[in-house]
Design a protein around this ligand. Structure first.
Ligand code: PLP
Length: 404
């Protein structure tokens, strides 16, 4: 039983008004709202536990450390990783991908080596590779997609050669909503002994992820897109690969011994976690993962799929609508334009009705170039959205279409 009213009551912000309209929050792809349970856990930690983690001899430091490491265990369980050593806390998907590109690049790539990404990547899975390209002279290969917004796996297979060192693709497109066949993408790469990194920023919040079942070599996601706080994210990596990679940043926490002659590094995962971690945010993240796990990721996915299908049916009725992303496997994101109306105008007019959507290129400019457009309006759904909110979006769009 999916009790949407009870769920909505957990999110205080959902009851506020914007321009005298009840808030309809459909910008969940950018960030999700936070349930009371997450906010309270973080406030409580600041009220009654706060102390820097690791190596503290005093009571509070030990308690804060226990909370922080228990959060790592929660993340491990949530994504089905084998060991806590494989869970690196970062600031978010962007930092996870930069860490990966830098450290994997240092360990395993040289001039002329290649990474395979896809047409529909977020800039955070493009630009870090371009930085590596500048630094080391690597090459970037791109998996094309068809007009429905699905990756072309036959073309993907042709991109492998003796220079290929890694495949790095999005689990779910933040623009098209396409759920990429990552299991198949990984299988194809592994047949050729090539590891695969998954940008799960839009995957983990919407479906059950099991990194071992997927056999993903790396998996990244952000706390704030899964009902947790900003400033924390995760990079999962297989221990063998992480062990072979050098540290990302230097400083406290990541070392074993330091002298001016020689420094040795800490064990996993601390080798990749220089400096004081955001231990209050990791508590918030763990609470968020507990929260979605209690509802059930499969239930959340069912709810969001039903909502997406309903919204797709309704939105097709809008005169002159153009929808980007009609993949068979599509989840929780609808990008569109209406006639010649600028996406920004639509976003601003919807805002006046209390409806929050995102407009622009969605940090996916190469995808916009492939689609031949400058930007779209994007409505993206979360576990607390309702059909009534979809109806409000459609009514708003109908009004705007008629106005123009
Ligand atoms: N990857 C995808 C697919 C995204 O949608 C986003 C954010 O929108 C990111 C990466 C970057 O996430 P963050 O800004 O939380 O680091």
């Amino acid at each position: 039983m999916y009790d949407i009213q009870k769920i909505r009551e957990d999110f205080p912000i959902l009851s506020r008004e914007v321009y005298h309209h009840p808030l309809v929050y459909l910008d969940n792809g950018a960030t999700t709202q936070k349930p009371r349970q997450v906010i309270e856990a973080m406030v409580n930690e600041y009220y009654s536990v706060n102390a820097n983690v690791h190596r503290g001899v005093h009571f509070l430091s030990q308690q804060a450390t226990e909370l922080h490491e228990a959060s790592r265990e929660t993340v491990r369980r949530f994504i089905g990783a084998r060991s806590n050593s494989e869970i690196i806390f970062t600031r978010g998907t962007t930092e996870s991908m930069n860490l990966l590109a830098f450290c994997f690049g240092e360990a395993f790539m040289k001039e002329g080596d290649e990474v395979i990404v896809s047409t529909m990547e977020h800039h955070s899975n493009i630009v870090p590779w371009q930085l590596l390209q500048k630094r080391k002279g690597i090459r970037i290969q791109v998996i094309p997609m068809n007009d429905k917004g699905e990756l072309q796996l036959e073309e993907y297979k042709k991109l492998f050669n003796e220079h290929t060192k890694l495949v790095s693709v999005a689990h779910v497109s933040n623009v098209l909503g396409t759920v990429n066949p990552v299991r198949e993408i990984i299988r194809i790469a592994h047949e050729r002994d090539i590891p695969v990194a998954i940008d799960g920023a839009q995957g983990a919040p919407h479906m059950k992820v099991d990194v071992q079942a997927l056999d993903a070599d790396f998996y990244a996601f952000s706390g704030h897109k899964i009902y947790g706080p900003t400033g924390v994210g995760v990079l999962y990596g297989k221990e063998k690969l992480l062990d072979a990679m050098p540290p990302y940043q230097g400083g406290g926490e990541m070392i074993q011994r330091v002298s001016f002659e020689k420094t040795t590094f800490n064990t996993l995962p601390f080798k990749f976690e220089a400096g004081t971690p955001d231990y209050v945010a990791t508590t918030g993240l763990a609470k968020a993962l507990d929260y979605v796990s209690a509802i059930g990721m499969n239930q959340i996915q069912l709810h969001e799929q039903e909502l997406t299908q309903y919204a797709m049916q309704q939105i097709r009725q809008i005169p002159d609508i153009h929808i980007y992303g009609e993949a068979e496997q599509k989840d929780a994101v609808i990008s569109f334009n209406v006639g010649k109306i600028h996406h920004l105008d639509i976003g601003m007019l919807l805002d006046r009705l209390g409806i929050a959507v995102r407009t622009g290129h969605h940090c996916a400019e190469p995808l916009m170039q492939r689609l031949g457009i400058e930007g779209t309006v994007r409505a993206s759904f979360a576990l607390y959205n309702t059909k009534t909110e979809v109806d409000q979006l459609i009514a708003g769009l109908d009004r705007i279409a008629k106005m123009f």
